[in-house]
Design a protein around this ligand. Structure first.
Ligand code: PLP
Length: 361
């Protein structure tokens, strides 16, 4: 397989050597060994610090979508009302997933180059009185960051039982305070700012959400319910991946040893640099307002005189890999992923130097 010197895809991100090394150990059975339970408890404690919560976690084998599906199916029943905040493919997509559980979904929709307006979300909460509000923190295909803190305050003020937040591509790279922001279900994947392979789906679950989960009693491979007592009872719903949990332990340690504040600042600095260079090249950022831009990924309009396919080819020829985008943004937007291990000024500088050459040709 060809590897690139300058990997800048917005996930899966480049996996640091220390994290890769954690997979090389010949572990025993996670179902049997007390050491595994201690490791799981240690990882949960680190994730609590990273997400700003005292909540209990479910750390499931799989990747982001497992968390997205599992949390919806574990909490919703036919006829439940959901307000789904949509500012991009994931926000609208979560609304569709919720609909498939039989819930009645009301989308509060915005353009892909915008972020959510909390006032419009509040109006929808008052109109529909939902059981759940869903939102995406960083809408990766659009390079935007939604005001989840402000939405969380409204959710609490109006007594919505469940606030579901997809933090797959923000956790570890942006400020995120699950408890302070009243997030009941915070969903994280391992392959973005945590810089692991796409191995694990993490959900932090509030006490209120655990009660709903007990009541709904959803049975399925992706069910959250067994995770409430898994560690205490030493009984996991399936054989846990010791390899992945060990790697997550290293990934969390790397982040916490750097200091969460420092890591967040590193992401902000790299993102600012990236946006400035993009503008100086005469390219256009995709989000309508720079204040909407995410610190983990920058979305840029494809220069149409080159086109995405040709631009991608020219970049790869220079050892650089960016990503296109999804759905109706395919061919319209390309993305520079500077999250986790890739939020490095020097790496992003090399990527942008290559971009400058590629569009000048
Ligand atoms: N949510 C967001 C915002 C994402 O960017 C992604 C993946 O890019 C997902 C969910 C889905 O995660 P996965 O591809 O790991 O299943």
């Amino acid at each position: 397989m060809r590897t690139y010197e300058v990997p800048l895809v917005p996930g899966p991100t480049s996996v640091p050597e220390a994290v890769r090394a954690a997979y090389q150990v010949d572990y025993g059975s996670g179902d049997l060994e007390p050491e595994f339970f201690d490791l799981y408890a240690e990882v949960q404690e680190q994730l609590r610090q990273i997400l700003g919560t005292r909540n209990q976690m479910a750390i499931m084998t799989g990747e982001g979508m497992v968390a997205l599906w599992g949390a919806l199916k574990s909490c919703l029943q036919p006829g439940d009302r959901v307000v789904a905040v949509g500012t991009g493919p994931f926000g609208y997509g979560i609304g569709k997933l919720a609909e498939s559980t039989g819930a009645t979904v009301h989308a509060v929709g915005f353009e892909y180059d915008e972020v959510a307006d909390p006032e419009a979300v509040e109006a929808a909460i008052l109109k529909y009185r939902p059981k759940m509000v869903t939102a995406v923190h960083c809408e990766t295909p659009c390079g935007t960051l939604n005001p989840v803190d402000a939405i969380g305050r409204l959710v609490a003020r109006h007594g919505v039982p469940l606030f579901y937040v997809d933090a797959v591509s923000s956790a570890g790279g942006t400020p995120l305070q699950v408890d302070e922001w009243n997030i009941d279900l915070c969903l994280v994947g391992s392959q973005k700012a945590l810089s692991m392979p796409p191995d694990l789906a993490i959900v932090s679950v509030s006490e209120g959400a655990w009660e709903v989960i007990e009541e709904v009693d959803y049975q399925g491979y992706d069910a959250l319910k067994p995770w409430r007592t898994a560690l205490a009872d030493r009984w996991f719903p399936y054989t846990p991946s010791w390899h992945s949990i060990a790697a997550l332990n290293v990934a969390c340690k790397l982040l916490l040893d750097e200091g969460l504040e420092n890591a967040i600042q590193r992401h902000a600095e790299v993102a600012r640099y990236c946006r400035r260079r993009v503008r100086e090249m005469g390219l256009e950022l995709f989000p309508r307002d720079e204040a909407f831009c995410a610190p983990t990924v920058t979305a840029v309009r494809v220069p149409q005189e080159v086109g995405w396919e040709e631009l991608d080819r020219r970049l790869r020829a220079r050892g650089v890999v960016f990503a296109g985008s999804l759905e109706r943004l395919a061919g319209v937007v390309f993305r520079i992923g500077h999250m986790g291990s890739q939020a490095q000024l020097d790496l992003v500088r090399r990527g942008l130097d290559a971009l400058e050459e590629a569009i000048a040709r």
